[in-house]
Design a protein around this ligand. Structure first.
Ligand SMILES: [Fe+2]
Ligand SMILES: [Fe+2]
Length: 379
């Protein structure tokens, strides 16, 4: 026995009946109304079935096979084409015909059940109820699946946010000794992403660079204070130790399973290479990964234009002059051109805005969301 609620819900099912014989249509209508069904669409003309189906959106279709014009098989085919993907709308064939061949054809055309004419009241109601119940369970399952998918999507997003958040803190930890705020790392991330977009890289890669570039100096964790914080020039031996931060960084980030970490490792290793081959390892030109060439410009520009405990800040013009002066020697000419475009078109103002926001609000969620906005597609 069906419990009250569900029986009531089933009676709210919308039934479309198509039969050219008015007397058969009336007999069925009477039974259905007596059985508690009120949402009925009755059609004696098969040529209007498609329109009615579209407007009425039935939960179940009862269909005569022998009709003038479009017969039951044709109607069934046309209506089934209107059932949205993943939905279950059962079709019941009304027939006086017990010919096994016709039944087999109807079943293979998608009919879910038969009602033999003349109709028998109890049988009509039971078969309809069973099919409506199947449809209802199908819908519940689908809703449940949609809900699960939504939850998985939310969890995935959470995980991704946690991951980028942890990486951001790792970058801050690495820069803590000479930049307590960690803003340098963050700014290099944003500027590198803007450069990558300007160079026509895909939005997916732009996003990866945005979160990988702040880790460029993560290897500084392994450099002693006496060298990292030294205010005067480094001795040759000290400089060698300083240079090792690229390898230390690459080792820290190595072996990660995510493209983001892989890219961060590549950046850590190559951000001190020079276009002319006079960088840390002598790698030159396009042999240096593009991300390394991009971060090289972003890193040098940001270090120049901001104060550190051991050096004052250059003004924008001076910093720009140094970057442009390094075009084709220190830096990839294409990246310098992209950088100049950014400055000329005012995108660098966005970076300044980010900085001001951070200075005002600190590293709050609000700033993070605004910094994300700064990275919204420029076009
Ligand atoms: Fe570095
Ligand atoms: Fe840096």
């Amino acid at each position: 026995m069906l419990r009250g609620n569900r029986a009531n819900q089933l009676q709210e099912g919308r039934l479309l009946v198509i039969d050219d014989e008015d007397s058969a249509l009336e007999a069925l209508e009477k039974m259905l109304r007596r059985g508690g069904y009120t949402f009925l669409a009755l059609q004696n003309d098969s040529s209007t079935a498609v329109d009615t189906f579209r407007q009425f959106r039935p939960d179940l279709v009862l269909l005569d096979l022998h009709m003038p014009g479009m017969d039951g098989f044709q109607v069934m085919e046309a209506l089934q084409g209107l059932v949205p993907e993943g939905e279950y709308v059962p079709f019941v064939v009304l027939t006086g015909d017990l010919d096994p061949e016709i039944r087999a054809r109807a079943l293979s055309s998608g009919a879910k059940d038969f009602l033999a004419k003349p109709y028998e009241y109890n049988e009509v109601l039971l078969r309809i109820r069973n099919l409506l119940e199947t449809r209802m369970l199908h819908q519940q399952l689908r809703e449940h699946n949609d809900l699960l998918e939504e939850k998985v999507r939310e969890r995935t997003k959470d995980l991704e946010e946690t991951r980028t958040e942890l990486l951001r803190h790792l970058a801050m930890a690495a820069e803590y000794r000479d930049d307590v705020t960690g803003r340098h790392a963050e700014r290099v991330g944003v500027l590198s992403a803007l450069l990558a977009r300007r160079l026509g890289l895909s939005e997916e890669v732009v996003r990866l660079i945005r979160y990988a570039a702040p880790l460029h100096d993560v290897g500084k964790i392994g450099i002693p204070d006496s060298i990292l914080m030294k205010s005067g020039p480094l001795s040759k031996a000290e400089f060698e130790v300083m240079k090792s931060h690229t390898h230390i960084g690459a080792r820290i980030l190595a072996g990660g399973r995510f493209p983001l970490l892989e890219l961060a490792g590549e950046i850590a290793l190559t951000h001190h290479e020079r276009w002319d081959g006079k960088g840390y390892t002598g790698m030159a030109g396009e042999r240096i990964p593009l991300v390394g060439r991009i971060v090289a410009v972003a890193d040098v520009f940001d270090s120049l234009s901001h104060e550190r405990p051991y050096k004052p800040a250059c003004d924008l013009e001076e910093a720009m002059g140094i970057i442009e002066g390094g075009r084709g020697s220190h830096f990839d000419p294409r990246v310098v051109d992209a950088f100049v475009d950014l400055v000329e078109e005012g995108d660098l103002v966005q970076l300044r805005a980010l900085e001001e926001l951070e200075a005002r609000y600190g590293k709050t969620g609000r700033v993070r969301s605004e910094s994300t906005q700064l990275l919204a597609p420029v076009s």
